[in-house]
Design a protein around this ligand. Sequence first.
Ligand code: GTP
Ligand code: MG
Length: 197
Amino acid sequence: MKIKSAEFVVSNSDVTKCPKDMLPEYAFIGRSNVGKSSLINMLTSRKSLAKTSGRPGKTQLINHFIINKEWYLVDLPGYGYARVSKSTKKVFQKFITKYFEQREQLICAFVLVDIRHKPQPIDLEFMQYLGERGIPFCIIFTKADKLKPNAIDNHVDDYRHIMLETWEEMPKHFITSSSKSIGKEEVLEFIDELNSG
Ligand code: GTP
Ligand code: MG
């Protein structure tokens, strides 16, 4: 799919204030610093459409970006970031939860996990939460540039092994690197199929 235009639309912490049109949308969620905002920039080939930072906790709001004037990419705050205060964390969790519970336009959530790490309970629990609510999701492994190909395979196998303990099959997944632009076409093609399906 060709990205002809990618524009920031709105940021907010209140899901009822998100765009009201019924254009399809795709949300990026995962632990702080996993690379959600970077992935949005990589997919759209825009260097700083979404704000990124080496320090976790950069994205603090629900950010809508409209692509080709036809669909939205949504950048969300990370979960599981210990350095924001407990009360801030609760507010985050609340509006993230509300987003997933109320956003009818959401076609698919992309749950990002760092390819270098063993499966983490918080990510597995979040996928469980999505599954229980019938929200379709895929896994996006990020930062693939940090591992050699055979290590990537091993880490994906570890994930598959754990997922198959609770899921009938390994969810659809993508191997990506925002710094090396790996996985871009695969993710965009997948979105394109969902948009036209
Ligand atoms: P929060 O908004 O804080 O939740 O973080 P985020 O998930 O949006 O992460 P962000 O895109 O801001 O990236 C976090 C850090 O990881 C930055 O220093 C990025 O440069 C780095 N990063 C993101 N993607 C990649 C990647 O594919 N490869 C490498 N090597 N670094 C990456
Ligand atoms: Mg971010």
